[in-house]
Design a protein around this ligand. Structure first.
Ligand code: FAD
Length: 411
């Protein structure tokens, strides 16, 4: 088979690239080693970015997602500092009077990713191959020659969009990006039913417990009284301190005074599963001759929040646009694709930089404690933090030590 564009991976990043290409009238082949619906270990939290990008590609996709029954609307975040002072921060200040347009959701990836794959199947421009793993890739004069291990499935592409996630061998072997423990998080996730005191407005909970810094423990409410519960900690810390994440989480649920009470009537559904989070706390080269890296394959996860779905979608859309430009110019060279990195880092870079600074600040629990203590008493500071969800410039303030100095002196 031959194609202008082959996308490896039909997760959020690959699916978004394919949908954007289709919208631009460009056909492509998408290959995924899994057969959908398939699970993906994740916190299942979808930020406002997800709907924004999907609506930008096609308003209809956004509407269908809004109507889907498998998701829980989420109106904000509860941050809990190491001193256990918590603060509820809504995504928008007027949410109690304006219930029509939730921007955040929690939904199991088995459902969300299948929703996107169903969208791929609606488009005649997209040929989707499921249950096929691309294991060989050879760059020749006339394009990339891709195939499975046995060579039963073969495709030649002018351009390859690599969206095969955190364990991408293409990223390692061709792009030369290696896993660095200080830019990588180890995460586990479990589903529980029957946890008490879940927020009725679907606020997601991030608990920065002392035993887990600079990582956190989360509880994300799902429909049907279930919740996604997990822990993510920097791999350099888990390695140095020999942390067993599963044991740490189960011990926390059994012994922490607050969690012990909230989980006492809960049931674990299925297994506790783990997976890696490649962080965007370091700038990397995301392209080469005839290829671009998307989403986790390009290490684009937010280092503070652990959010990667939104950034996978953004990079997928940018890569599709760059692919269209490359096809129009008939130029698939390394230098022509420089524009991809420029766009990704122009759009996502400022946010990644701020989050890298914030990730470093949570090493200082006293600072976090202080911020929460003040925020819980000071409405202005709380409102400012709400606005930070939309304004990167405002979030920059949080990454700047002077912000805290001013706060201290203005108390
Ligand atoms: C514990 C944990 C919690 C997380 N919580 C959140 C959260 O709450 N919110 C959030 O936004 N992000 C979260 N993330 C990050 C998020 O899961 C990822 O950023 C997101 O899945 C990236 O999407 P992607 O399309 O790049 O890759 P994936 O979603 O990993 O998709 C890659 C696809 O490629 C396919 N594939 C792999 N290898 C091959 C191959 N050789 N050939 C063909 N196909 C292949 C796979 O089957 C898969 O379908 C979390 C991650 C973890 C591990």
């Amino acid at each position: 088979m031959e194609t202008k564009v082959c996308i490896i991976g039909a997760g959020p990043g690959g699916a978004c690239a394919a949908l954007q290409l289709a919208q631009l009238g460009i056909s492509c082949i998408v290959v995924d080693k899994a057969v959908f619906p398939r699970d993906k270990v994740c916190g299942d939290g979808l930020s406002g970015k997800v709907l924004t990008i999907l609506e930008r590609i096609d308003k209809g996709i956004g509407q269908r997602l809004q109507q889907a029954a498998f998701k829980m609307d989420s109106w904000g975040v509860t941050f809990v500092a190491p001193n256990r002072i918590g603060m509820d921060i809504p995504y928008r200040l007027d949410y109690q009077n304006n219930r029509n347009d939730p921007r955040g959701f929690v939904c199991k990836r088995i459902d969300f990713d299948n929703f996107l794959v169903e969208e791929l199947k609606r488009r005649p421009e997209i040929r989707l191959f499921e249950g096929v793993s691309i294991d060989k890739y050879e760059l020749k004069e006339d394009g990339y020659h891709l195939s499975d291990k046995e060579g039963k499935f073969q495709v030649k592409a002018d351009l390859v969009l690599v969206a095969n996630g955190a364990h991408s061998s293409f990223t390692k072997d061709v792009a030369g990006i290696k896993m660095e423990p200080e830019h990588y998080v180890a995460g586990i996730r479990a589903y529980y039913k029957g946890i008490s005191n879940l927020n009725p407005d679907g606020f997601i909970e991030l608990h920065f417990l002392k035993s887990m810094l600079p990582g956190y423990f989360w509880v994300f409410p799902l429909p049907n009284g279930e919740a996604n519960v997990g822990v993510g900690i920097l791999s350099s810390v888990t390695r140095n301190k020999k942390v067993n994440l599963k044991k740490l989480m189960l011990d926390t649920l059994a012994t922490d005074p607050v969690m012990k009470e909230r989980f006492k009537d809960s049931t674990l559904i299925g297994n506790i599963e783990g997976y890696g989070l490649p962080l965007g706390s370091k700038k990397r080269k995301l392209h080469g001759e005839r290829y671009m890296l998307i989403g986790d394959a390009g290490y684009l996860i937010d280092p503070f929040t652990g959010e990667g779905i939104g950034n996978a979608l953004y990079s997928g859309q940018i890569a599709a646009r760059q692919a269209a430009a490359a096809i129009a110019a008939n130029d698939f060279s390394d230098s022509f694709l420089d524009a991809y990195d420029l766009d990704v880092y122009r759009i996502l870079g400022p946010e990644l930089e701020v989050s890298t600074k914030l990730q470093k600040l949570i090493k200082y629990p006293w600072l976090f404690n202080l911020l929460m203590k003040m925020g819980s008493r000071n409405k202005q500071l709380k409102d400012l933090m709400s606005c930070m969800f939309h304004e990167v410039d405002l979030r920059k303030k949080l990454g700047n030590p002077m912000f805290y100095v001013k706060l201290l002196f203005n108390r």
